[in-house]
Structure formats: C-alpha cells, structure tokens
Ligand binder design. Sequence first.
Ligand code: ATP
Length: 135
Amino acid sequence: MKTIKVSVVTPDGPVYESDVEMVSTKAKTGELGILPGHVPMVAPLEIGSVRIKKDGKTEYVAVSGGFLEIRPDQVTVLAQAAERSEDIDVERAMRAKERAEQRLQEQKTAHVDFKRAELALRRAINRLSIAERKF
Ligand code: ATP
C-alpha cells in the first residue's frame, strides 16, 4: 500500500513522524483528507486534531493551530504546541479549562484578555476531547 510521510513539529521538537496511509485535519478553509499523491498546498490550521491512519488504526494528535504543508509524498504540520492523544495530561487540561472559564467570567469587558482566555479555553477543550476521543 502507498504511504505518505507525516511530521508534526513544534518549537520544542518533533511530536510525531511516520509513514502512514492517510492524514485528516481541519484547515481554516475546511476539512482535509490527505492521501499519498495529494496536490501540493499550504494551509493555516485551526485548534483541532490531526488524525493519522496507520496499519488500519487511527492515531490522534492535538494541535493548537499552526500551518500545514502538503507535498505528494509528505505532510508537515508546524504547530506552536502539539501532543499525541496518549501524552495529554487530562488533569492539566481540566485546570486550564477552569482557569480560562473563570477569566472569561471576570473579564467580559477587556477585549484582549477575553480573546486570550477564549483561545486557552479552546486549547483545553480540544485536548480534553482528543484525550477522551469525543469529537
Ligand atoms: P496550560 O495553561 O496548562 O499551560 P496552555 O494551553 O496555555 O495550557 P500551551 O501554551 O498551549 O499550554 O502549551 C505549552 C506546552 O505545554 C506545550 O509544549 C504543550 O504541548 C504542553 N501542554 C499544554 N497542556 C498540556 C496538556 N494538557 N497535556 C500535555 N501537554 C500539555
């Protein structure tokens, strides 16, 4: 079976690297299903998941936005932060979610902090949903 190489890279180093059957993720323009031989493209990513099909199984990586580069034989995800589902610290994400929710309650008038808290909340919810496979 044909494969495509996928790399998920963050400022702290590589998070995932393997030859796989298919990569699915959500770009800002919509859902993408990437098979070997895909047309080259570059796209910004949402806070969300990268789903990787390998040996008939699906692996999940949480990404906090970033960019996707597709070449016919390689997919590269450059993200500020990314975690494999099994490496997600659920307690930490729950605490981050609670902190963000509290900030959103307290700071309804301060726009900049509101946006920051909203993004923190989205990252936490994303991590929780990927750790619990509910998405
Ligand atoms: P927190 O407030 O818990 O730090 P955050 O969303 O602000 O959450 P980020 O700035 O996105 O955290 O990430 C900082 C680093 O910590 C990254 O390397 C990221 O992969 C890691 N990280 C953040 N939350 C978790 C988590 N719940 N489980 C595992 N790693 C995490």
